[in-house]
Design a protein around this ligand. Sequence first.
Ligand SMILES: C[S@@+](CC[C@H](N)C(=O)[O-])C[C@H]1O[C@@H](n2cnc3c(N)ncnc32)[C@H](O)[C@@H]1O
Length: 330
Amino acid sequence: MQNFRKYDLKKIRSYDCPELHDSIYIGLKNEINSCMMCRGQFDYKNLQIDHIDSVNKENACEKNRKIIEHQNTILKRMYLGDVPEFCKGCYHLRVKNNDIPYQCSNKLKYISLCGAKTCNLKCKHCFFTQDNSGIENTDVIQIQKFIETFKRQGLLDSLKSIRLANGEPSIIKEDLALADFFIRNKIKAEIFSNGVVYQEVFAKGVNLDLFRVILSPDAGSREVYCKIKGRDFFEKTWRTIKQYEDSTNSNVEVKFIIEEGNYADVDNMISMCVKCGVRKVHLSMDVTIPESEFKKYVGPLNRFVELCRLNSIELLSIYSLVPAKLIKND
Ligand SMILES: C[S@@+](CC[C@H](N)C(=O)[O-])C[C@H]1O[C@@H](n2cnc3c(N)ncnc32)[C@H](O)[C@@H]1O
């Protein structure tokens, strides 16, 4: 896990990590970690901040301070060029342009939940399923208690979103309970799902303007789907996507991670989007692709952008490590 890319030692200047800005990640065994990539218990203990089970109404403010201080300390270190070992090579790391380190506000804006391994697919690119033998699913009851405690103490007044990318949330009953909890408590959430299984509660959250649902089919043809996802749910996934589109007035988002196995499938991807009424897409890229191979992805990425334009599909984000000058986006 980690160090997908070579860390360029010549670049020792000033760094930043947007993943740490006003955010925390609750993962394995309910640890509070610096970011979703960091599995403190396995990878880098210094980035492990605390444990949500130890949070109560008496110590919540102090714990909040500890979290913010921890993130600010790492951001300051990065700013000074002292990048923690674990972060070296991480695709979230940015060379910084500002002349002061980012200072987190005193209240969290994002909480990410990614500490589960239950999934109905075996995506080739997925870094969460590789090397996860020691992982235990997060304890949703404890997560609810943590969120309630922080909320009651006014510590989540600035919360913009809880990101639920826990294994496959649509098949984890605790995650569905969490989605209900978010709706009852009017908490905004971003839910990442592979789109195989439709969940009414996710569509309901979108219609209440509380949830963003981001579905990842990653393929436009059955052959490619089976090859990269490890299971044959192509038709089912696109039927589910259509069901979400129909039930939310086309307000869900569809994400494609371009990788070795699907970069030639771009035309089919957009055809399926058109067929199923998809209006909003994200173009992402497998972060484990080495820079030496970027060139072959430039054509397909350009084609994807062009097809979105031709079909009036809104491209919400382009996540790509291809140098910007190589991407024609006009
Ligand atoms: C592990 S998934 C869990 C949520 C859900 N099962 C899904 O498919 O979206 C969390 C997010 O990480 C992304 N992800 C996993 N491995 C990746 C990789 N190698 N490159 C880019 N994104 C990746 C997935 O696409 C997904 O949006």
